[in-house]
Design a binder for this molecule. Sequence first.
Ligand code: ATP
Ligand code: MG
Length: 575
Amino acid sequence: MKTDTARLYSAKRPSDAQMARFKRFVAQKYGEGMTLEWIESDDAPGGFRLEAGSDVYDWSAEGRVAQLRRKLERIALGGEKVIPLIKETLDAWQPEALAEETGRVISVGDGIVAAEGLDNAEYGEIVLFDCGAKGMIQDLRRDMCGIIVFGDCREISSGSVIRRTRRTAGVPAGNGFLGRIVDALGEPVDGLGEIVPEAYRPIECPAPGIIDRKPVDKPLETGLLVIDALFPIGRGQRELIIGDRQTGKTAIALDTIINQKGKGVVCVYVAIGQKASSVAQLAETLRKKGAMDYTVIVTAGAGESAPRQYVAPYSGCAIAEYFMYTGRDVLIVYDDLSKHAVAYRQLSLLLERAPGREAYPGDVFYLHSRLLERAAHLSDALGGGSMTALPVVETQAGDVAAYIPTNVISITDGQIFLESELFFEGQRPAVNIGLSVSRVGGNAQTRAVKKAVGSLRLDLAQFREMEVFMQFSSDLDETTRRRLMYGQGLMRLLRQPQYKPYSQSDEVILLVSALGRAFEGVPAAAIYDRAAGLLEFMRGEHPEIASEIDRTGELTPGLSRKILAAAKEYGASKA
Ligand code: ATP
Ligand code: MG
């Protein structure tokens, strides 16, 4: 929007000397061809406002204060020596002739604004509306741009002024976030007061490169026997939790968070498109279990706009990155990415992008790949921190071949596939052992667990093949019948109620005992109680076994024998 007249607004007519100064300024900035016109207006109380093309210079009292505030904010975010710096700045401060680039709203609706002007705005830049709402540039075209609005858009109307901030979207981060519930922009929503940030991180940040990474080699224990034994997750890994609705997806993530207590892992739970009541309940559960102290919840509920649901996982990731880059281990859960994709589809359609498969825009793969690539195990040079990601995806009628599930499966290092049928049979966690995989595998297990797992996978595979014969059990020979009973017992052992995580030594003891046939003859329905009793017995009578496993992370043949002997002793006492 170029014109050859600059307009000067003020309540009082400027003096001749002032007018001459403004003319000089305009000539300097825009060349001699630009004329200056004074217009009487109440728009710039206590000063002047100059508009030249799409540039606005705000020299009103308010504008000057705002300038100072922005400067102070920049300093405060820089860190330590704040007070001397503030003093220095105050002494040296003068209102600058800073051009503010502006644009105008063409149309607005459903959290999306089409705007003109803003000629030099960049993709991902934050812009401000007159009413105070924030927006993010999400679409750039030749003569207009598309903006997604984070605040209330009811006060935005066509013609409203939009200001550039020259800042890309970011969220505050820091230790103050632990134990808190924040929204997609990092603002607290739990009514516990303001959070003092220690840093400000861009919500979109390039993933660490190959040189910046280390192989994944440390386990992130979920406390769920079926996962830790068969599909171990390593720190820095991305493991998808996938299944139909109400199959226990959130429960697995929640148990994993609870199990990190005392292990030095920071957890971030991102709730996308969920009911506010579910999130409140989840927070309450974490609080009761003492897990909230090391957890941050980022939420963009079902009632919030698509733009907020769209940025929430990136904001959560940015908060998690703060901890990762300070050398901590972080676990982040995205619950769930199907709703995230739906929010993105909604805003893409509103931005008039071409719909592709299942009406998702063409870049929906990149939406999730750039998010999940940010999970990493950092090199020692970068502090050795890690971010483990557990994205959740909901399927329809078990269809893992739909668009979003296949995308996310291909981006992650494995998936835990949950099945309604198993869930209703009572096999909970309802993990389908045949379809689940962890591509990091044994590297993410301690040697003790790896050894204890032994032939479990093979035994379960054999059981699955023979399972169909169960219904003819009366006609089977003794060996087959015993094999079936054994397999069924193993499946029972993998059942685990919520909020009852096993420690590493518990898992080793149970696996060694079960694979050593110590539960032979125990009716399937009683296996869980028998296992719990055994662990109790071990804690009471042989505490040295658990402490040796925890101390060394090893399972020597001698220790194996000791466990088995103790388990049989306990079994005999129950027989
Ligand atoms: P949604 O699709 O609604 O998000 P979901 O797949 O996340 O559901 P959850 O909410 O985790 O499923 O679990 C569904 C129900 O199953 C909950 O009531 C939960 O308490 C119960 N549940 C989950 N895991 C177990 C378990 N291991 N033992 C017993 N109950 C469980
Ligand atoms: Mg859920």
